[in-house]
Every structure is written in C-alpha cells, then in structure tokens.
Design a protein around this ligand. Sequence first.
Ligand SMILES: O=C1C[C@@H](C(=O)O)NC(=O)N1
Length: 339
Amino acid sequence: MAALKNSYTLPAAADMHVHLRNAPGPIAALVTPTIRRAGIDTVFVMPNLAPRPVVSVAEALDYKKALQQLDPEVNYLMSLYLTRASLRTHDQLAAVGVVSFEPFHEVLKTMEEEGIVLNLHGEVPSSAADGVTVMNAEIRFLPVLKDLVGKYPKLKIVLEHCTSADAVEAVRSLHDNVVGTITAHHLSLLVDDWSANVHHYCKPSAKSPEDRRALLNAVVTSNGKFFLGTDSAPHDITSKKGKGNTAAGVFTQPHALGYVLTALEEAIARGDIPADAVTDDVLAGFFSTYGRRFYGVAPAARQIRLTRGGARVAESMSGDGVEVVPFHAGEETWGVEWL
Ligand SMILES: O=C1C[C@@H](C(=O)O)NC(=O)N1
C-alpha cells in the first residue's frame, strides 16, 4: 500500500529560494510561467544574475517589473546580493567568498534593526590546503553562522538549502530567528547521483544517506524551523554539457511539490521517516505556511490539489535558443490543480 494518500488539498505553496535568471531573457521566459503551474504563488527570488548581480533597490524593482510581465499573478519577493561593492556606490563587483562578516557590520546591524532577512549560502570556499571540499564546505561554515547569531541575536537568518545533518542540527539549536530552507532534490539525491549526472549537480552538493535522512526528518518535524526553498536553478544545456566546467544547479521549478512527495514516500519505504510522518499539516507547513510566516507574507488565498500520477515531467524545455533539462525528465509525477 502506498504510504501517502493519492491526493492532497493544501494551501498554495511558497518557494522561498528560486533562480529565475535575467529578465527579460530566454530562461526567465521559459521558467517563470512554470511557478504557478507547480502550485506555487509566492517566490523568493535570488539576485545572482550574470554578469552583474542585483545590488540596489532600483535594480530589484526593475527586475521585479520584468518578472511581473512574465506572470503578474506571482508574488515575487525580491532580494539584494551582499558584496563588498554593495557597500560602495557601484561597479567593481568583487563577489566575496564571505567567511568574515566584519566589513558588513553596519549593514547587518541595520538589517537586524529593520527586520530584514539575511539569506546565507552557507559554504566556505573549497581549499585543499585547509581540507575543504564540497563534501564538508557547509559543515565548515556552521561556526560562522553561530558567530553571526551571537553578534546579531535579533537578525533574521535563513541558512539556505541545508544539505547536511550538521546543518540541520545547527539550525535546530539556534533561536527562532534562524531557520533553514530545504530543496526538493536534496531529499532524494546522494553524492553518487550527482557524480554520475550533470543534471543532479548543484551547490551545496548532495551528500550521504545519513545527511539525506536528517533532511527528511527536518521536513516532517519542522515545526516552522525548516521550509521549502527549492534552489531551482535552470541552466542552458550547453552550460551543463560541453566544454568548460559544469554549471551547478538542479531545475525543479515545474514539479517541485511532486518531487518532495515522492522523496517522502521513498523515505518511508526505506525506514528513514516514520510511516505516519507525512500529514496534511506537515505538508501545509513545509510547503506554505512556515515560509510565509517567517517572511511576514499573508497566508495563501487559494488552495491546490496534488494528485498522484497526474503529470509527466517534460524530457526538456526549449525556447528562444535555450534548452533546460528538468529534474527526473520524462518521469511520471504528481499533478497540480488550482481550486
Ligand atoms: O549556489 C548555487 C547557485 C545556483 C545557480 O545556478 O544560480 N545553483 C546552485 O546549485 N547553487
């Protein structure tokens, strides 16, 4: 017998970590319309545009306007990229591999006072000399997180895309202003999966079975500490395969909720989470209410119905000279209807 029901009626979801790319632009045009098709009405939009990230409010508002042209019904929560250059007026955008937050003291103090959320990609840079690789870069970052929380106790912090048991434990151990997002793909992938498939490679990268078990348990025992942030990261296929390094990112936007349900069901079958762990309340919290509450966004006005086997993932998605391959391309997944 299937461990999950065949259908769930839930509040519309909020995805608190998405990459929609430059707008106007061909990838944004391809992926932005898939947000609502996925049962999501609110997204937190990451600012790492190329060649220049979003660093000013004016740029963020322009970006938001361009996204609204692609789908005006989505609530786009915009963000700014914190670089040393954001402290000056413009140019010389030297992205910082931030391990010391000292240069950002004034900004962080103001964010703390104003209730502005700090979103952390919690990895230190790889360094053979220091023994840091993609497998422990997140764990090595956790002391930095704890130090930040000590210095700015009222600062609202999201440890984005948690991938390790240590990260889950760190977020749990810190006070309520510190939460974590969890992606759909890290609930199923392990290191062996991405080492064999460029479409499964992302940063932070998927890790061990124990790490995955911790993430799955974080979802079903979240109680507001963890919520959905897919880190859906579309890349043109030429950046994934071909000359040069593989771009990091798994594209999950169109079927993010179905991927989570499938991963939870597989976790029950393996014994990673209890058979009765996936309730309507757990799903509503993780998909919708916890993230909105943390960001002070109103509860969803509409509901969605997710139905087992109701959709098939496209083999690939193309438009205007770009091609993006979705996670689990070609496979059957859960369908989404708006009620
Ligand atoms: O940090 C990141 C960035 C993202 C992207 O493609 O923008 N993809 C990733 O896998 N990790």
